[in-house]
Design a protein around this ligand. Structure first.
Ligand code: ATP
Ligand code: MG
Length: 190
């Protein structure tokens, strides 16, 4: 079994994520893609963080009914910051025979040497860089598959800004996610 691991803050999940994960599923012949919301993104200010339960609910809503995708809460269950190496260890224990493929943006691949235990990460999983079709993937000291996904120009940051300014987000996030954002009055204050 080949399992893709798609980590992120997902605050909120958007169509860019869904398209990239779907392309990676097809191009890498993955059996499934596990979406793994991160518990505490160290690089984001605490005040701007949406609580994990809501990010989880939004990701569940975004992938609901799509059998290619599954949400995994193992990083949210673990206290403290999320380390990819711990996540991969847990997944390896759960599926000893599985071929784990860690899906990364090009920027993440560049930062990998600074992560906890990069050598163990690459023993536990194959790396796949989600590159924009046509983009050159930056060099790396770690071997990675390059996956030319359709990368549409949407970011969670832009979604949050639009909500804050009252600009529509319809068609940028699934309707189910938009409903949660509205219900919870998320992203209205900066
Ligand atoms: P933010 O704007 O808050 O940084 P984001 O939109 O980049 O959010 P993340 O949760 O940080 O979303 O991203 C999770 C993963 O999805 C990362 O690997 C990132 O490279 C990838 N990703 C983000 N936006 C897109 C997109 N438009 N197309 C393809 N992949 C994307
Ligand atoms: Mg980002």
């Amino acid at each position: 079994m080949r399992v893709g691991i798609f980590g992120g803050t997902f605050d909120p999940p958007h169509l860019g994520h869904l398209i990239a994960a779907g392309d990676a599923h097809a191009l890498l012949a993955l059996d499934r893609v596990l979406w793994v919301p991160a518990s505490e993104p160290p690089h984001k200010p605490a005040a701007s963080r949406t609580r994990p339960g809501l990010r989880m609910e939004m990701v569940e809503a975004a992938v609901a009914g799509d059998e290619r995708f599954q949400v995994n809460n193992l990083e949210l269950r673990r206290p403290g910051p999320s380390y990819t190496v711990d996540t991969l260890r847990e997944l390896r224990d759960r599926w000893p025979g599985a071929d784990l493929v860690l899906l990364l943006g090009a920027d993440a691949l560049r930062d990998l040497p600074t992560w906890r235990a990069p050598d163990e990460i690459i023993r536990l999983a194959r790396l796949a860089v989600l590159s924009r079709r046509g983009d050159r993937v930056p060099g790396s000291s770690f071997a990675a598959l390059s996956v030319p996904v359709t990368r549409i120009d949407i970011s969670a940051t832009e979604i949050r800004r639009r909500v804050q300014r009252g600009v529509p987000i319809r068609n940028l996030v699934p309707d189910s996610v938009r409903n949660i954002i509205n219900r919870e009055r998320m992203y209205l204050a900066t």
